[in-house]
Write a protein that binds this ligand. Structure first.
Ligand code: 4NP
Length: 147
């Protein structure tokens, strides 16, 4: 049974969205996968996701309000099977803290390119991020269910 960790910069926009989408897909498919999210930065530790992302997710039937931001740590590489970075910078930052003997696989979440950071943009950015993450999550789950 795979365990998945989604990582972005602040853990208040993109990775909580991935967390919520993965949890709802996991439930929908009757899987009992362990799913979590984290940020490479510590600015928002302990905070709920960004209001704009919570609103956009709620409109799609997902409640992100129980989530609290935390910072990714070296130990995550022993606690999860797969760690997915939302963009190239997140990936490089995770490589910096990856311990020797790490167990988790580390890769970009999208097969190509970055999930754009919606933090400083308009509301369209949040919808786009949810669309991108939802589409990719379906194919990712299909692949992991075959493993
Ligand atoms: P996230 O978005 O990485 O998708 O959670 C951001 C949230 C906060 C900041 C940057 C990106 N920030 O600079 O505070």
């Amino acid at each position: 049974m795979p365990s998945l960790l989604f990582v972005c910069l602040g853990n208040i926009c993109r990775s909580p969205a991935a967390d919520g989408i993965a949890q709802s897909l996991s439930k929908q498919r009757g899987l009992d996968w362990r799913i979590d999210s984290a940020g490479t930065g510590a600015w928002h530790v302990g905070k709920t996701p960004d209001e704009r992302m919570m609103m956009a997710a709620a409109a799609r039937g997902m409640d992100l309000s129980p989530l609290r931001a935390r910072q990714a740590e070296p130990d995550d590489f022993f606690r999860f099977d797969h760690i997915f970075a939302m963009d190239e910078t997140n990936l490089a930052d995770l490589e910096q803290i990856r311990p020797a003997g790490a167990i988790a696989s580390l890769s970009l979440f999208l097969e190509q390119g970055d999930v754009p950071d919606p933090y400083y943009g308009g509301t369209d950015g949040f919808e786009h991020v949810l669309d991108l993450i939802s589409a990719r999550m379906e194919t990712l789950f299909n692949r992991l269910q075959q493993d």
